[in-house]
Design a binder for this molecule. Structure first.
Ligand code: 5AD
Ligand code: SF4
Length: 444
């Protein structure tokens, strides 16, 4: 979502004459778009700010200006703390206010004082952005992110999102359809619908009734040019029937789902306030696999949640063994200020967390390799996204979001071609282009 937000910041700044550049030395304005989800991400912000403070001083010595802005959830959570610690920062704003960037920059210009803006008004933001895009639509490739929902009401006890991104908000269907049509017009073939809790989507449809994600996906797949649809991130509790059904009936909805469970222990899940048990999660997966047998699953895991015992951690490993993930993200629990779990007295020592994470990642890596191996010999439809390193090579994506290297010319950009998968590397597949006319190939 930060990638999407950063692109929208470029859009709102473009009318004021700003263009994105690659090196900060020449920048009039540096925006650090930040993440607050784990402590490491926050530490990174302060070390980056130190770097830009030095660059700002270098530019000042040449008589040039450089404004420094902190955007995103660290801005939201830390507010004035940032300008207190880093005097060189001119602007701090949260994820709900970036549509007002030009105005905030003007305020700073006039007052010559740091401007801090961390209000919550997510509906206003999208209205502002939608107007901006009419004047200044930008798409960068054949795939695009599209935020349809923001915020979260779930309050998992480890998570800052409900505090930084605020309450759940779903954009109206018409706004999303309009943005999707614009993207399709610019050559986008694949949409990834975004939301912190994307399958809790309940945006108003034209007649005012709340729409569900499955219905929205079916509507978006009618747009000419849109060939593929994905969505993330979902909560197991919100995997409604219409969405599961869409996985069975809508060929444009990719057979791939990121569905975090976080832990395989029911006691830990309860302490996390996840609102579901392992059985409920497994039941959702069973229904998904019944609707779409080829569906590939991924998840997020947290190890070392306060109080997690060795036996409870083993339950997570067992759950993973039973599911067979195509890939997954995994993290050491990181106490976040203001969240209930951070107050828990039974914090797990760092070395135990590290050891558990290593074991978990070994298992997940083995499953990822095994999943990739199952693709060898299959012919998969690959959306060609960009040129590869070598001439005559292109890189695309399989339905399962794997990178696929192909020997193809650049004319294939944006097309979905059939590729016979020949080999598997640690992070990508390589395949051979199969012309349409060739018969007798195994297809998924
Ligand atoms: N510590 C570690 N991981 C976390 N996540 C969210 N909060 C924390 C935390 N405090 C992970 C969860 C979530 C993903 C986006 O980040 O696994 O699904
Ligand atoms: Fe955070 Fe996801 Fe839980 Fe919401 S559902 S509180 S975003 S982990």
């Amino acid at each position: 979502m930060n990638v999407y937000d950063s692109q929208r910041m470029q859009d709102v700044l473009a009318p004021a004459g700003y263009v994105a550049i690659d090196n900060a030395e020449n920048a009039d304005l540096v925006i650090i778009n930040t993440c607050h989800i784990r402590e490491k991400a926050v530490e990174k912000v302060y070390s980056e700010l130190g770097r830009y403070r030095d660059l700002k001083a270098q530019r000042a010595a040449l008589g040039l200006e450089m404004k420094i802005a902190v955007a995103g959830c660290v801005g939201q959570a830390e507010g004035e703390e940032i300008t207190r610690r880093m005097k060189s920062v001119d602007l701090v704003f949260g994820p709900q206010t970036y549509h007002r960037l030009p105005e905030l920059l003007r305020q700073n210009e006039i007052s010559r004082k740091a401007v801090i803006e961390t209000e919550f008004s997510v509906a206003d933001k999208f209205v502002g952005l939608a107007e901006e895009q009419v004047r200044h639509p930008t798409s960068r490739s054949v795939t695009a992110f599209l935020t349809i929902q923001e915020g979260c009401d779930k309050f998992c006890t480890f998570c800052v999102v409900p505090y930084t991104r605020g309450a759940e908000f779903s954009r109206p269907v018409v706004q999303i359809v309009e943005e999707a049509k614009k993207l399709a017009g610019q050559g986008v073939k694949e949409l990834t619908l975004l939301g912190q809790n994307v399958n809790a989507y309940r945006g108003p449809s034209l007649n005012g009734t709340p729409s569900q994600l499955g219905t929205l996906i079916n509507e978006l797949s009618q747009i000419s040019g849109i060939q593929r649809i994905r969505y993330m991130t979902s909560h197991p509790r919100d995997m409604s029937d219409d969405l599961i059904e869409a996985h069975g009936s809508n060929p444009k909805l990719m057979p791939y789902l990121h569905l975090p469970i976080q832990s395989g222990s029911n006691r830990v899940l309860k302490a996390m306030n996840r609102g579901h048990t392992t059985d409920e999660y497994l039941n959702v997966i069973e229904r998904l696999r019944a609707a779409c047998p080829s569906i590939a699953l991924t998840s997020d895991f947290i190890v070392g949640f306060p109080g997690e015992t060795d036996a409870e951690f083993d339950e997570t490993l067992d759950l993973i063994r039973g599911i067979n993930y195509a890939s997954a993200f995994s993290f050491k629990y990181s106490p976040r200020p203001g969240t209930p779990a951070a107050e828990n007295k039974k914090q797990i020592p760092e070395d135990v967390k590290s050891e558990r994470l290593a074991r978990l990642q070994n298992l997940l890596n083995a499953q990822q390799i095994a999943f990739n191996q199952t693709c060898v010999g299959l012919t998969l439809p690959v959306l060609v996204e960009k040129p590869g390193r070598q001439k005559g090579q292109m890189i695309g994506r399989s339905p399962y979001l794997q990178s696929v290297h192909l020997d193809l010319e650049t004319e294939a950009l944006g097309q979905i071609v059939n590729a016979k998968i020949l080999a598997v590397g640690p992070n990508s597949l390589s395949g051979q282009y199969v012309p349409e006319t060739q018969k007798g190939v195994t297809s998924i």
